[in-house]
Design a protein around this ligand. Structure first.
Ligand code: FAD
Ligand code: DHB
Length: 390
């Protein structure tokens, strides 16, 4: 079997890449380890930068997103007994984010690929990368062989593509945090119109949402926490303690639909390429989720790769492919810094002494009182402009 671009992974990165390439007349095959049901049900990110929304709309997969996505023009930072709004409309006029579940993006992309006759294979075992550093790379899986011009490793943090790269090629930069996020999806109306990022002495809490009937919450918990130690009543009690800290705010509670613990880390593997294997999204980098950047970075990588491959097929010039890693990494490192900054601003670190805690509050006071500091938060949160148009 032969295709132009062999794509490993049907997450947002792999599916969007396949779709954007299709719109430019470039063939691909997507190989995904899990079932379609599994990838469409996996509850993860929820905040889409304006550029991500525009990318999906321009690719023809934004119809439901436009209809059901919740457009947000600000967030609240809550600490010290008060809420402080960061108003995007004043700080970054015309820029917004859209709250729309990652699994909805995945559903829309899978439907678009299948409707266009795209080749997306689920439950594919043992995908292996071969000869990535030659001009005849190929993939093998379940006794089959897929020859391709290039391979896109879009298989997330635990995938096979990055680990197929020989030792010594990649430089890895990594930061582990001593805490994790306990994520909760609940059938309950949101208790606020905008997202609330709350810093308390007991740790961070985030109030987000998915729809007028479904809310999403996160709690900072110690690294390695076991979800069985968090029965629903304990989750609600802790969310109340951390969120009901301003006068007049009551948290509505309801049925918990899903819960899980996600470790927090920053990670970058560079370069994002080995020969004809290109890494995109979580396969190459992870950010702590506080800045809501992971999915958005995956989309940004895929835009760059689409442009580079289109240029290569059209002209034979490898210029943009050769720039792929450096171009992506500029945005990746900006997002690493922003995510680290938001994480440090809002979480409790056991190692913090009283001095460090006072510094943190002073930092929050600055961000919520200085137009310049708030603008820094806002312009990174809604997403910095892309370097190139698609
Ligand atoms: P993935 O979504 O991980 O997709 C990779 C795919 O490859 C998967 O389907 C996997 O099954 C498949 N795969 C893996 N190994 C193999 C293999 N060997 N063979 C074949 N297929 C394989 N980001 C944001 O932008 N905003 C947010 O608000 C946000 N919040 C988050 C909250 C949480 C709790 C978590 C966990 C993440 C959050 N993120 C957020 C990050 C975001 O979810 C990821 O960055 C995003 O999923 C990356 O997409 P991807 O396509 O690169 O990787
Ligand atoms: C959500 C996730 C995030 O990481 C974040 O910063 C904001 C919202 C969410 O899943 O809704």
């Amino acid at each position: 079997m032969r295709t132009q671009v062999g794509i490993i992974g049907a997450g947002p990165a792999g599916l969007l890449l396949s779709h954007l390439l299709h719109l430019r007349g470039i063939d691909s095959v997507v190989l995904e380890r899990r079932s379609r049901e599994h990838v469409e049900r996996r509850v993860r990110a929820g905040v889409l930068e304006q550029g991500t929304v525009e990318t999906l709309v321009a690719a023809g997969v934004g119809e439901r997103l436009r209809r059901e996505g919740l457009v947000h023009r600000g967030i609240e930072l809550r600490y010290g007994g008060a809420g402080h709004r960061v108003p995007f409309e004043r700080l970054v006029p015309g820029r917004t984010v859209t709250v729309y579940g990652q699994q909805e993006v995945v559903k829309d992309l899978v439907a678009a690929r299948l409707a266009a006759g795209g080749d997306v294979r689920f439950e594919v075992d043992d995908v292996t990368v071969h000869d990535a550093d030659t001009d005849r790379p190929h993939l093998s899986f379940g006794g089959e062989r897929l020859d391709c011009d290039v391979i896109a490793g879009c298989d997330g943090f635990h995938g096979v593509s990055r680990s197929s790269i020989p030792e010594g090629v990649l430089t890895v930069h990594e930061r582990d945090y001593p805490f994790a996020w306990l994520g909760v999806l609940a059938r309950v109306r949101p208790s606020a119109e905008e997202l609330i990022y709350a810093r308390t002495e007991r740790g961070f809490a985030l109030h987000s949402m998915r729809s007028p009937e479904v809310s999403r919450f996160y709690l900072q918990v110690p690294a390695g926490e076991d979800i069985v130690d968090w029965p629903d009543e304990r989750i609600w009690a802790e969310l109340r303690t951390r969120l009901e800290t301003v006068p007049g705010f009551t948290l509505a509670t309801g049925e918990i639909l899903e819960k899980g613990v996600t470790p927090m880390r920053g990670f970058v593997a560079e370069p994002m390429r080995h020969g004809r294997l290109f890494l995109a999204g979580d396969a190459a980098h992870i950010v702590p989720p506080t800045g809501a950047k992971g999915l958005n970075l995956a989309v940004a990588d895929v835009r760059v790769l689409t442009e580079a491959l289109t240029h290569w097929y059209a002209t034979g010039s490898t210029g943009l492919l050769d720039d792929y890693s450096d171009t992506c990494l500029r945005r990746v490192w900006r997002a690493q810094h922003f995510s680290w900054w938001m994480t440090t601003l809002l979480h409790t670190f056991d190692s913090d002494d009283a001095y460090a805690r006072r510094l943190q509050v002073s930092h929050l006071d600055y961000v919520t009182s200085s137009e310049a500091a708030a603008t820094t938060l806002a312009e990174n949160y809604v997403g910095l402009p892309y370097e190139r148009d698609l």
